[in-house]
Write a protein that binds this ligand. Structure first.
Ligand code: NAG
Ligand code: NAG
Ligand code: NAG
Length: 653
């Protein structure tokens, strides 16, 4: 994207500094592998396979690998360190019992054997958990060399569609369920107890990496998995075509689940290591639709900009010229239009405290989004860098307490507010408090369900520490500077007695205006929204940050323009209550966002249980709240700017 290119050059200096200091962004450095006999400090032979939590499109509750009775790894294997973003987002990466050696084909290796007895309650519970997981179509998410393990299937025209993750089993009672492998014409629950891992590597010569291992080493390009259900006999037989059903056991019966795997290495030097993510992202992203969405948004922006330009350049110019002419002329003609309300337009609103607090938090969210997207657009937060997006957002939010306090304080002071202590406290507590409480309630629910997405007590403490230890003091610092400055001076004086507002037509009444205000900004983002929701709830991967950044800019422009337009119309109708209205006009986009999320829930996700539903709407509420702060603030400040501009050019006696 052009935008990203600009940013890339701008921040090149930064990246140079990072590289010069010899510090790779975590997870992005290539790893060299080689055969066991060539192992040295330059390369390793052991290919580690990690397992992540399992999730499904039919429930929003993810479960850790250990929740199910799969094979457990060696006790001495350590889990990789996760960052805050990953933990908060419910990722749980753990070592696995699968052992892989580079360039060593293995077939039908045993991982572990599990036996379940019909007369043992513990066995039956474990089986029912497995069956439930299969029936809800839970998906494994494995990771090798920091890449997701994908499962691919052929679609028409010779293309392959690859998804990250593969089902833990196959539910043939459900006709919708697509089963991969060798099961046909059967009913029941079948577990995928065997996997074929197909690992493609790029074997670089000496000239390419300056490495010494030549043809016996390389870098991993892709790992694909073909899961199968196999009923092994006394001896392991991976060519068997008979699937393994998880049936209900009678008292005397037993069931053996033997987990096995095969590994095959393929050399392919046509794919470069640096482009190894492409095949996953290609399957995920729909570039045509993205362009269409941008086009759609651009049309809206052009339309709005046309309107705004027309008003600013023609009507407004004419207004101002006329007003100033009347003033200089002898005949004291009656005033009309928006100039009439000059004595009231800067009259402080009711509930000024709340408004200033919301605006402060909105500024915080705005800059957080902007910087996070800029970083993502630069590629710092690529999918290889797991959880980075979330971590970046949290850290930025915390650090941006200062602008929040500053803005909130200045606005509050300009309203003539006196209770500065309450203002600072509310700014530092209200929005983070709402988000944290919602998150905490969700977490309690997840925790009661034994889900992996529940964050631990220590993580909650860490979040609280970030909030009270960093964010709150920074907000106080900002507020201190905000209150020390002189109050904002308005271009016109406010009269003692408020003017009467004439009866408004339907279009200029507050509620219809507010409802209309959100439509256009929402129209700009809703296509993009579909992909974002997919990436959150259907574990699709989101990568088009260039597009997202563009859409964000477009959102800012449309919010600003719609609010300015409506603001102008309202002032012309001699209605001067614009403070709250400008916030709510663009902030109403969040209500449309909420409606869209409801639509998405009922049309795209097949979620039936109540807890999932509760969680979905809880998380949606957090999103909608933050989005409301963001859009409302954009609307308010553009209207504020506009009004200050127009009243500073008319002459008022
Ligand atoms: C599981 O059982 C098979 C025979 O059915 C045996 O070959 C294999 O070694 C066993 N695996 C383990 C980990 O005990
Ligand atoms: C591993 O198996 C694949 C497929 O059978 C074969 O193409 C490849 O050459 C084998 N690799 C090694 C190192 O034996
Ligand atoms: C390597 O991968 C490319 C792209 O997927 C494919 O077209 C090509 O046939 C592969 N080459 C070999 C030797 O497998």
């Amino acid at each position: 994207m052009v935008f990203c290119k600009v940013f890339k050059t701008l921040l090149l200096v930064l990246s140079v500094v990072i590289v010069v200091h010899g510090f790779y962004l975590p997870g992005l450095a290539p790893v060299n592998y080689c055969k066991k006999e060539d192992e040295s400090s330059n390369c390793k032979s052991e290919v580690l396979l990690y397992v992540n939590r399992l999730n499904t499109g039919e429930s929003v509750i993810p479960y850790e690998y250990e929740h199910f009775d799969f094979c457990s790894p060696d006790k001495n294997l350590k889990a990789p360190v996760e960052n805050l973003g990953q933990v908060v987002f419910g990722e749980r990466i753990k070592p696995s019992p699968y052992k892989i050696e580079f360039m060593k084909n293995m077939s039908c290796q045993s991982v572990c054997n599990k036996t379940y007895k019909g007369d043992n309650d513990a066995s039956l519970t474990k089986l029912s958990i497995l069956r439930k997981g299969i029936s809800l179509n839970y998906q494994h998410h494995w990771i090798v060399d920091n890449m997701p393990v994908t499962s691919c299937f052929d679609v028409e025209d010779g293309h392959q569609l690859c998804t990250t993750g593969f089902p833990m089993g196959c539910n043939l009672n459900d006709p919708k369920n697509m089963c991969i492998g060798n099961i046909v014409n059967k009913k029941g629950y079948y577990i995928n107890n065997h996997v074929d891992l197909l690992i493609t590597y790029h074997s670089g010569g000496q000239e390419e990496w300056g490495s010494r291992f030549g043809n016996n080493g390389g870098r991993i390009i892709s790992v694909k998995v073909i899961p199968r259900s196999i009923k092994h006999g006394k001896n392991l037989d991976c060519s068997s075509q008979e699937p393994l059903e998880i049936k209900s056991l009678s008292n005397t019966e037993t069931l053996d689940i033997k987990y096995t795997y095969s590994v095959f290495f393929f050399k392919n030097n046509t794919i470069k290591w640096s482009s190894r993510w492409d095949y996953i992202l290609e399957s995920m992203q729909h570039t045509n639709i993205q362009w269409f969405s941008i086009l759609n948004s651009l049309v809206i922006v052009l339309f709005l900009s046309g309107m705004v330009a027309m008003i600013l350049l023609r009507t407004l110019h004419k207004d101002i010229a006329r007003y100033n002419q009347i003033d200089s002329g002898e005949d004291a003609q009656e005033e009309f239009g928006w100039k009439l309300v000059h004595g009231d337009v800067f009259r402080p609103p009711r509930k000024g405290m709340l408004l200033s607090v919301l605006l402060g938090s909105g500024v915080q969210v705005f800059f957080m989004t902007l910087v996070t997207l800029a970083f993502a657009c630069l590629g710092f937060l690529s999918p290889a860098n797991r959880g980075a997006l979330m971590t970046c957002a949290i850290v930025l939010y915390v650090l941006l307490g200062t602008p929040a306090g500053y803005v909130s304080a200045r606005i509050y002071k300009s309203f003539g507010g006196e209770k500065w202590k309450s203002n600072v406290l509310l700014t530092s507590m209200l929005s983070p408090g709402i988000v944290f409480s919602l998150f905490f309630i969700m977490n309690l629910v997840l925790w009661s369900k034994g889900s992996s997405a529940a964050v631990s007590f220590t993580t909650l403490l860490a979040l609280l520490a970030l909030w009270f230890g960093v964010s709150v003091p920074l907000t106080f610092v900002g507020a201190y500077f905000g209150f020390r400055k002189r109050a904002l001076e308005h271009p016109v004086r406010t009269n003692q007695i408020p003017r009467l507002i004439p009866v408004q037509s339907v279009y200029t009444q507050p509620i219809p205006g507010i409802i209309m205000g959100g439509i256009l900004p929402f129209g700009c983002i809703f296509i993009q929204l579909f992909f974002i929701l997919n990436s959150i709830w259907a574990s699709a991967m989101y990568y088009m940050f260039g597009f997202l950044f563009l859409v964000f800019i477009i959102l800012v422009i449309t919010c600003a323009e719609t609010t300015i337009l409506l603001c102008y119309f309202h002032l012309c109708a001699e209605d001067y209550h614009w403070w709250w209205r400008s916030y709510l006009t663009s902030g109403f986009t969040a209500v449309y966002l909420y409606l869209y999320c409801c639509h998405y829930f009922y049309s795209k996700l097949q979620i039936e249980d109540f807890v999932s539903e509760f969680l979905y709407f809880g998380y949606t509420l957090i999103m909608v709240f933050l989005f409301n702060l963001l859009t409302g603030t954009i609307g308010f400040f553009s209207c504020f700017w506009f009004i200050r501009k127009i009243y500073s050019v008319v002459k008022v006696d």
